[in-house]
Design a protein around this ligand. Sequence first.
Ligand SMILES: [Ca+2]
Ligand SMILES: [Ca+2]
Ligand SMILES: [Ca+2]
Length: 487
Amino acid sequence: MRRGSICRWPSRVVSAMLFALSAEAAAVRAAVIQVPAQFPTIQSAIDAAANGDTVLVSRGTYAGGLSIAGKAVTLASRFILTGDPDDVALTTIQGGSPLLAIQASAGTLSAVRGLTFRDGDYQLVNYARRATIRDCHFIGGSTDLLSYEGGGGLVRDCRFEDAGDDAIDSDDASDPTIVDNVILNCGDDGIEVRLHGYTGPTLEVIIRRNVISGCGEDGIQLIDYPGASNRRIRIENNVLSGNAKAALACMADGNTTENYAGAAMVEEVHVIGNTFSGSTHGLIGGDNMLVMNNIFVGASQVGVKRVAGSSLVSYNDFWSNGTNHTASNVDAWTTLLQNPMLDANLHLQPGSPCIDAGTASLLWNGTTVSAPAFSGAAPDLGAVETSGGQVPVDTTRVASGLAFAGVRPNPSRDEVSISLTLPDASPAHVEVVDLAGRQVLSQELTGLGRGSHVVNLTEARKLAAGLYLVRLRHGGRSLSTRLVVVR
Ligand SMILES: [Ca+2]
Ligand SMILES: [Ca+2]
Ligand SMILES: [Ca+2]
């Protein structure tokens, strides 16, 4: 819970609004309705609220079985005024099935803020296209904690613990944005998204900067149904740690019970900058996934499995997995196989080879996909960007005195220059190779002499957009680095 994140109404403003709570005033301006001071139960306050009103609940334990329908209501504890986490912990809605439903008829400005939901069955079910759920705590219960049923909106800064089934469940035409949540010890999956058949405007499901740990099945489970539904899923900067089966898995044909087989899932999924730690499997994939800038560490069986079809696995680090990857489109040139040097929180320690080892963007199936904002020279691998970035260092220096310090700019739209050091005056050769291994550019480097040089590759401006390997050869040795061309 984050202290002091947002206080929309200082308490003196609330008092003034309460004095103004005549019938006429309520009709024309948002009001604050207090429970239990003005209404003894939450539902009676919701029923009395007008569109845009806030139902402000004081500390206490209240019965579930609540419903918001036909208007936009903010249902909140005094946390929205105080920023005090105790206002969340001590303002509890307990029991019921569900504890709270936000109906499809609820207004788009509906919000639930700073409440604890405890026990019961299906704690919060959202049918509304847009509802905001922030700073809440979901604990226990026999089934799912937060369910989207054709609903959407933001769920942020919430904590989910000990779900009977999934913490967050997304069914039908839902498009939740799931950001900055902590999800612990679910009976089944941390987040389960079913890709039911759907043909309307593109549904964007976003799963960003969450910590998901200790779940009995998968951290995130994407359940496919036959055919191409119009969805895109972005899974970015999450820490997926110590979940029992897979950290992230695709499932075929509506199956929810992990079978480690993956799915020929054609919906587009971006898996960017996550840390996968532990589990039997890191990622079990589909047929249309871009997997970039991630760390896969400590999977007892396989780090990345069945990321196939038009998928690409590029700029990732694999370390200490039973098997790093199987049956997947892994770009070996951009793949690190080094200890990521993680601390106890799975953040990178100083000197980690994952610092600045990612790519800012990648051309994939004709589209340039960008990483989130980063510091330093390039994105780090894994979920958490280090603050300063590393001073670029020459990691390819060899004892012979031959060195290849890199390609600038990278990504490039035009010609590029390469920085190299030669041990003597004999000729060198540079070539650019595409992902299929075809040589697309070749240039002799003669008369350079011993020492450091910068050489322009003017022909690089003719390269098609894509990912390339730049290889420097000299005296029987070769050194390589990667180049991304964008157009
Ligand atoms: Ca599908
Ligand atoms: Ca499941
Ligand atoms: Ca960086």
